[in-house]
Design a protein around this ligand. Structure first.
Ligand SMILES: O=C(O)C1=C[C@@H](OP(=O)(O)O)[C@@H](O)[C@H](O)C1
Ligand SMILES: C=C(OP(=O)(O)O)C(=O)O
Length: 428
């Protein structure tokens, strides 16, 4: 699907942001690992949630979906052999599902996104699963993967690298109570700490509280059963960050809700960051109001704790006066696209001055905007698609984005939300 987004002179209105993708995936998974009926209110209804629910059904969970609510009766320690699991294009989805192979005689993991998820590295997690006794066949650390488990797990300690993704640690922590408990050591540092804090919060809500030593990166999980729970998914800050970027770049008055000031999403850091750039941002309860259109001055962005908002802030940097260095985000290379290399390629086509660095990229903005009138490839990456759509608002001729349907991985209503705020959006 190709989508044209035109230049915008004003954005105005109120946007209900989608429910958090990352909380939804964790609540679904912890419910599947629980014997008993859990309820999830306001679950995200994006591609990732759909793929995970399908896999949970194949593993024996009973799922009842109705408007604004999921009821899940989990399989606990006794997953059914599913044959094949397809996690869609979800990195977290695949990584949550891989350790279930420890409890099954054989399970195969495949993807219909060989150019995106198929290129993302899984080796660090596979090494840990082998150490726990699984037999693993893989394509040099990539999908397709077959895991043969089903043997009693006697090891109580395991290590995993946190250098390229926090999701490997999340996956091991969440399965750990069902394996009889684990002492997990994260080696080589840890990227993206807030998602791991989200994992610990969700586990605690389900009745299992790991002991966490954040300094030494050691986490001790007791042998336990998860308790059925009632969960409420907060609004999604990464999705909100794209709309905030749009509202920052043109004269606007845009209110986003519901955004909790108190959850674990690191991407809420964009609120003080945008203020530093000169954007008027007001928060009241669960509402965030942006008044944009004033001149923006570049401010460097350390994105390590707000990794899924970096591309939104890159769009803002493209139109700020001065140079912005995005640092400590090397792990962007291993997302749905290479979010440094592919971003740089797309932005250069548009005429943006961008250079890649060892741990990020540097953008020198043009406060006058860009000519546009070209087509950019979304690279099957929802965040790249949203970045290009936001930038299109500050072009003279607009932009066509190809593969725009992949925005539904996290924010199916993104283009409708932009249009409702007054942007020109045409599906070609
Ligand atoms: O655990 C999670 O929910 C996520 C962790 C982050 O990935 P990395 O830990 O690989 O940086 C983030 O980018 C991703 O969108 C969601
Ligand atoms: C990288 C992302 O997700 P995942 O790793 O779960 O595919 C994302 O949502 O930007």
């Amino acid at each position: 699907m190709k989508v044209y987004v035109g230049p915008a002179s004003r954005l105005q209105g109120k946007v209900r942001v989608p429910p958090s993708k990352n909380y939804t995936s964790r609540y679904i998974w912890v419910s599947a690992l629980t014997e008993g009926e859990s309820i999830i209110y306001d679950p995200a209804t994006n591609d990732d949630a759909g793929a995970l629910l399908n896999c949970c059904r194949r593993l024996g969970a009973k799922v009842q979906a109705s408007e604004g609510r999921l009821k899940i009766c989990g399989f606990g320690r006794n997953p059914h052999p599913p044959g094949v699991l397809d996690p869609g294009n979800g990195g977290l989805i695949l990584r949550l599902l891989l350790p279930i192979g420890l409890l099954l005689p054989e399970v195969q993991y495949v993807t219909s996104y060989p150019e995106s998820l198929g290129k993302r590295p899984q080796g660090h997690l596979l090494t840990a699963l082998r150490a726990l006794g699984a037999e693993v066949e893989d394509d040099n650390g990539h999908l397709p993967i077959t895991i043969r488990g089903g043997r009693p797990i006697t090891r109580r300690t395991v290590a995993v690298s946190g250098r390229i993704s926090s999701q490997f640690a999340t996956a091991l922590l969440m399965i750990a109570p069902l394996l009889g408990g684990l002492d997990l050591r994260i080696t080589e540092g840890l990227v993206s700490r807030p998602p791991l804090a989200t994992t610990l919060q969700v586990m605690a809500e389900a009745g299992v509280t790991p002991l966490a030593d954040w300094e030494k990166l050691r986490f001790t999980v007791p042998a336990a059963s998860y308790q059925a729970g009632v969960y409420h998914v907060p609004g999604d800050y990464p999705a909100a960050s794209a709309i905030m970027a749009a509202a920052a770049l043109v004269p606007s008055s845009v209110t986003l809700y519901p955004l909790s000031p108190a959850d674990q999403q690191g991407e809420k850091q964009v609120i003080p960051y945008l203020r530093q750039l000169g954007v008027e941002v007001k928060t009241e309860g669960q509402e965030v109001t942006i008044r944009g259109g004033s001149p923006l001055r570049a401010v460097d962005f350390n994105g390590e704790e707000a990794i899924d908002a970096v591309l939104s802030m890159a769009a803002v940097a493209c139109c700020a006066a001065g140079t912005t260095t995005f640092s400590r985000v090397a792990n962007l290379r291993w997302k749905e696209s290479d979010r440094i290399g592919d971003l740089a390629r797309g932005l250069r086509q548009l005429g943006v001055a961008i250079t890649e660095t060892a741990d990020g990229f540097v953008i020198t903005g043009n406060p006058h905007g860009y000519e546009g009138g070209i087509e950019l490839d979304g690279c099957q990456d929802h965040r790249l698609i949203m970045t290009y759509a936001v930038l299109a608002l500050r072009t003279q001729k607009g932009l066509v984005i190809s593969g725009a349907e992949h925005v539904s991985k996290s924010f199916p209503g993104f283009f409708a939300a932009l249009e409702a705020l007054g942007a020109t959006v045409e599906v070609e």
